[in-house]
Each structure stands twice: as C-alpha cells, then as structure tokens.
Design a protein around this ligand. Sequence first.
Ligand code: NDP
Length: 293
Amino acid sequence: MTAQRIDGKALAARLQETVAARTAGLGATQGLRPGLAVVLVGSDPASQVYVRSKRRRTAEAGMQSFAHELPEDTGEAALLELIARLNTDPAVHGVLVQLPLPAHIDPMRVLAAIDPAKDVDGFHVVNAGRLATGQPGLVPCTPLGCMMLLRERHADLSGLHAVVLGRSNIVGKPMAQLLLAENCTVTVVHSRSRDLPMLCRQADILVAAVGRPELVRGDWIRPGATVIDVGINRVVRPDGTARLIGDVAFDEAAAVAGAITPVPGGVGPMTIACLLANTLIASCRQAGLPDPD
Ligand code: NDP
C-alpha cells in the first residue's frame, strides 16, 4: 500500500468531542440542550442498528435523544401527525426519519413534512435547493463527512477534477454540489454513463457511492488521486460469516492512489458525527444564536 489511509474513525471521534464540548457550553451559557428525535417505522434489522447507534451517540454528546418506534403497518397519516408534533415541540431541534420507509408510505411526502429548520438529514427540498444555490441550510450528513475527510488531504480543492460515482439525492447529488462550491470541476457518473473506467481515471478526487461491491478497480484510478469510498456492502464469505466492503477494491486502489478511505472506518463513522454537528447547528439557529465554530 502506498496511499495515505484517511482515518474516518479518528476524525469522527474528534468531531464528536468538539460537538460534545459545544453542547456542554450551550447548556452552561444558554440553558439550551439540543434534542434529536429519531423516528423508525417497522423492524428492518439494518435500520434498527443505525437508529440504535444514532441514539447512543446523541446521548454521548450530551444531547437529548427522543426515540419513536412505530409498527410496520403505521399509516402515512399517523406518521405525518407525529412529524407535525415534533416540528412544534421546542425540546426537539432535529427530526430524522430513518429510511427506507415501508412501501405503503411515500418517502418524499414524509421528508417534505419535516420543518426545514429541523431537517438534520438535509433531505428536504428546501435544504437541497439552498445547497444548490449557495445559501446556508442543513447539508446531508454523508457528503458533509466526505468533505471533512477530503480536507484531511487537501487544504484547497480549487481547480481539482472531482468525479462522483452515483447520483442519489442523499449522497451523489449533494456531494457534487459541495465539491462545486469548493471550486472543483465536477463530473457526475451513473449507471447510464459510458466508459466508467476512463471517466474515473480523470479524477484528482474520486468519490464512489454506487452500492456495488468493489466496482472501482485499481486501473480506474489516476496515480496519486484521493479516493473516498462511501459504499457499504455486506458480503458473505464462503464460511458463512459476513464482512463489509466498499465500492472500491481497496488493495488495488491503495497501490495507485495518493490517499484513500477504508471500509469500514472511513466515511461511515463520519456520517453520525455530522448528524450530531447538524443537530447542534439547528439548535443554535432555532435559538437565534450564531452557528458554532
Ligand atoms: P443509491 O442506490 O440510491 O444510488 C446508487 C447510484 O449509483 C445511482 O445513481 C446509480 O445510478 C449508480 N450506480 C449503480 N450501479 C452502477 C454501476 N454499475 N455503474 C455506474 N453507476 C451505478 O445508493 P446511495 O447513494 O444511497 O448509496 C450508495 C452507497 O453508499 C451504498 O453502498 C450505501 O450503502 C452507501 N451509503 C453509505 C453511507 C455511509 O454512511 N457511509 C450513507 C449512505 C449510503 P442510476 O442513478 O443511473 O441508477
């Protein structure tokens, strides 16, 4: 391996410490305790793991955690009613509805019901629009975490060619907007793009968010490039045990790249740390205070 390994676990721990310190400061100076409500509908095992870990980390940061677990057969109207209540609850500064929702509920209608000021996932169209037009809003946690990881390697991204593999609303598109805001030249690549390897080889910065295990091979990477692997793919070994791998073939890529994030231990830990950072920002704004530094 020649590439620098960008340690998301360590960076996330530092961010969480900073958020916890600012949270304690808010309590001491303003009597304000940030609160995050996490809503889970149904019993998808992966969602249960994510939600539990979000709640634990919220409490560890000194914030108030509100848990709402609804049965699988909850109607859309009941969920919208809960969101309306959370929107007006002054103890709740952030509202997160864990995705995916059961098939009978329209996720777009649910996300649109969250008060944009409390939309700590940054998925509301108002926040997406603010990001696209360069106005302050709440930025989706995973791309925000990717930008922090990139800054570990690049003080200035200006003029670099960034290739974003994937165009989802929650990762690819906001990632492209953030890179554009940092003056990168941005190419967004997706399942209909032609000649993926050629497009990826142009990248000074390659962000892979496709959900295809080890799609990106070593010879797709320009020597010295920075590779951010967002993918989380659970694969089962021949002996029946499971492990997580990324969208990038790590060993091959690490032999060519200048820097790379591992899976696990790269983007994943940053996502929850950024959720807490967003909750802190949302709390300050709702209290009429400046954003925390
Ligand atoms: P989506 O499935 O919503 O989007 C995948 C994107 O990749 C789509 O734009 C799709 O193109 C594109 N794509 C799929 N297959 C190919 C292919 N063979 N060639 C080129 N493009 C392809 O996924 P998400 O954005 O939600 O997530 C992506 C990955 O990131 C997943 O592994 C997910 O688990 C992980 N993830 C990790 C997080 C973390 O905290 N680390 C958080 C969120 C996601 P098209 O639009 O044309 O269909």
